[in-house]
Ligand binder design. Sequence first.
Ligand code: KG4
Ligand code: ZN
Length: 349
Amino acid sequence: MATFILGIESSCDDTSAAVLRDTSLLANVMASQEVHRQYGGVIPELASRAHQQNILPVVSEALRLAGVTMADMDAIAFTRGPGLLGSLLVGTSFAKGLSLSSGKPLIEVNHLQGHILSHFVQDPASPHPVPEFPFLCLLVSGGHTQIVRVDDPLHFAILGHTIDDAVGEAFDKCAKLMGLGYPGGPVVDRLAKEGDPNRFRFAKPNVPGLDYSFSGIKTSLLYFLRDQLKEDPGFLEKNKADLCASFQKDLIDILLKKLILAVKQTGIRQVAIAGGVSANSGLRNRIEEEGARRGWTTFLPALRFTTDNAAMIAITGHYKFLAGLFAPLDIAPLSRAAEYGDRPADENF
Ligand code: KG4
Ligand code: ZN
């Protein structure tokens, strides 16, 4: 018998609901919050309010598009964390209310596990190959940067992580320093396509093992721009594309250096990327090139599954449902990844 899961995501500034029939996506509805753009970053209080406005219409629309009702669902999967607490509370409370009223069980989902498992969501019209276990996943988002060994859908080991900022923050900071707006990653990506990636070089981190650091390169860009602008106030305007291309190339070099090391250390050659920054065209091209050169099998998520979405929450819910992992009605959100024991714990983030 097929399994139907409703997924709900509200960890940051996107309200999303999705319906899966086994691993096939029947609907994935998203309401993005434009309200934050004018402030150059997500304002948590405004995000919670927008989730409250969006969540009922988004869930109703997902069920309608999927051609199902709550009575057809086997479980309700929701993002428990990590994320903004106020935003998580809206999704968690909504999921609990829906569980009470429909009698369907709750499944709590770790947002980061969701990003990784997004590779297993299938479009019934065009199925795609999925990674075999174990595989390595470079998880690159606005809040996290990790190299994860995925042993099966429910068992993971974090082999390396950032000791300070996430790579998405570095993209966003670069855009902010250059006055390019928020979120910065997609704008930097677009401008980088027109620039020379070898024109400028920024400070590279020197962190042992498989860990990352992105705070130094951010500061390096800040000081570089400050010094150049003193000499030529038009420097930024004239060099925008080259600056973006060079900064992006350095970030990708940092990411790849540790990923290559992780493949060498583990001997695992199935390599996936996930998270918002996995939408970056430079990173996608580079992973494919390195993969082809080094004999890896690479997996790039479809662009619509790179940034936050409920399909990834529903697919995680699917695997947890099969394992009988349900959540009690008094469950509370966890805003920080560390509350899941993300290090040095080996399992379940
Ligand atoms: O996974 P995500 O949607 O949210 C978190 O869980 O954090 O990731 C958002 C991050 C932002 O930092 C955004 O700038 C970045 O992903 N991003 C990109 C691109 N698209 C989104 N960074 C680089 N290039 C892109 N094309
Ligand atoms: Zn995310």
